[in-house]
Design a protein. Sequence first.
Length: 125
Amino acid sequence: MNTNDIAAEYRLAHWAGIMREREESGLSIKQYCKNAGYHENRYFYWQKKLREAACEELANVQGNATGLIPVGFAEVKLSEQQSSPPLAATFQSQVCIEAAGVRIVAVGEYPADKLAALIREVRPC
């Protein structure tokens, strides 16, 4: 860690303390900034920086570089299956399947072979 990283962490920690203090004071951001002598834009700048740092940390903890997939969700990639029903077979309404803590909802015309492949891929951990 170089001095720039240390300085950035220090500033983030400093502003986190200021924001915690403002929250505990019960004052609005406008009133707190006026009383403390901060410009509101500066407060919002550091609030944004803190949120970005928190998102990056969360992504690192989850092992997900983008942080776009919510906890509890997983992308399922379907593998090609040799014995799949014809593509013409579809469900015409809503189908809801729940098993082993997994819920799958297919709405509208969802191909039966794709739903079957999805069910084969989803296995309890």
